[in-house]
Design a protein around this ligand. Structure first.
Ligand code: MD3
Ligand code: FE
Length: 216
């Protein structure tokens, strides 16, 4: 499948011919080439320097295996008090700006009219996972969530809007981008496992996932 010219928001650009559909989630395999991935990781090093990764705790008191930070006006946050968006990192400072390299993916695949308020940064070391859940702490579900995968491959699972709905799985690889819009915006989803050593992008291994969200 080759490239084709597409028009939208008054501009014409080259785009992939198609995305894969996984229960309504549009997966764009290899959306970012190796150079774009490396440049994005450099930008994320700046984010993590300003807002270090921390270990979130669920409202029930369980530590999450994924470490997190964020960029943008809001960061998604969890502790004993509950799930919510916060305007400050737990150390007290405002979150850093979302890098332009990241915003440009949103502009290209979602919209140039409205930018995301939150870029949640999830870091998966070996053994980290994320249980099946919905993303529903945002005010407006008409905006999609966009996800960018960097580093080691991860087994992504997505179901329907009820927890009992059947699920399908796909390996997300470094440079893949997924867009969850329409009915899939409230689909249950999670990460079952990460395949250690499957990518050389991060020198010490692991996986970074970015999720871009419109919060309010
Ligand atoms: C499907 N992150 O941060 S990204 C999360 O890879 C989260 O770190 C996973 O789930 C990760 O909340 C999965 C893909 C994703 C993100 C949001 C979705 C899939 C989604 C929202 C609705 C449906
Ligand atoms: Fe999620």
């Amino acid at each position: 499948m080759g490239l084709k010219t597409v028009s939208g928001q008054g501009k014409t650009r080259m785009a992939e011919a198609s995305a894969l559909d996984l229960n309504g989630v549009a997966v764009h395999p290899g959306y970012l080439d190796a150079g774009a991935q490396a440049a994005m990781v450099e930008d994320l090093r700046g984010v993590i320097r300003a807002a270090p990764l921390y270990a979130p705790v669920t409202p029930s008191g369980k530590p999450m295996s994924v470490r997190m930070t964020a960029a943008g006006r809001y960061g998604w946050f969890t502790d004993r008090k509950g799930y919510r968006y916060e305007e400050r990192h737990p150390a007290g400072g405002a979150w850093p700006a979302i890098p332009e390299s990241v915003l440009s993916v949103w502009r290209d695949l979602v919209s140039a009219e409205r930018m995301p308020d939150c870029c949640l940064v999830n870091f998966y070391a070996e053994g980290a996972r994320m249980g099946l859940h919905q993303d529903r702490d945002e005010a407006d579900f008409t905006w999609p969530v966009l996800s960018i995968s960097l580093g080691d491959e991860a087994l992504f699972r997505v179901g329907g809007t009820a927890r009992k709905d059947p699920t399908r799985s796909v390996w997300l690889r470094s440079g893949d981008v997924a867009v969850m819009g329409g009915a899939a915006r409230l689909a249950y989803h999670g990460i079952d496992r990460v395949r250690p050593g499957s990518s050389a992008l991060l020198p010490k291994g692991g996986r970074i996932n970015l999720t871009l969200r419109v919060v309010d």
